[in-house]
Design a protein around this ligand. Structure first.
Ligand code: ZN
Length: 134
């Protein structure tokens, strides 16, 4: 694997020294040019599988935000968890198995944030308090 930002090789290492705290002993795939090139992605706990592609600070922030709003889709009860992942897969045009926020680039992160917020907003507008008597 190569860093998508600078092309340097990527190394699997502990998040010690990158995370302020690393109580969970998180492992990261990090650009070997770190900290000059601040790009990394988490490995799935207990495995060597990366959670997605390497992300720079801007993309990491976008993915966190996208995950937050996406999670609200099922946490709010609007969808089941499975339905929300199917929605994500449709939205980003990939099979369900590849529907993960960690795979998203900036463009799709922004789409997911916008669409999730719209869906959540629509639910709020049609909440029980505003339902018209029929
Ligand atoms: Zn790099």
């Amino acid at each position: 694997m190569r860093c998508p930002y600078c092309g340097s090789p990527v190394i699997l290492r502990s998040a010690d020294g990158i995370y302020r705290e690393n109580k969970n002993n998180t492992m990261l795939y990090v650009c070997s040019n770190y900290p000059k090139c601040d790009a990394y992605v988490k490995a799935h706990p207990g495995t060597n599988r990366p959670m997605g592609t390497l992300a720079n600070p801007e993309l990491r922030t976008l993915r966190r935000t996208a995950h937050y709003y996406f999670d609200q889709l099922y946490k709010s009860g609007r969808m089941t968890r499975e339905q929300s992942y199917r929605w994500l897969a449709d939205r980003i045009c990939v099979p369900m198995s590849e529907a993960h926020i960690g795979h998203l680039g900036e463009y799709y992160c922004k789409q997911v944030i916008q669409d999730s917020r719209e869906l959540l907003g629509a639910q709020a507008r049609h909440g029980p308090g505003e339902r018209r008597a029929s």
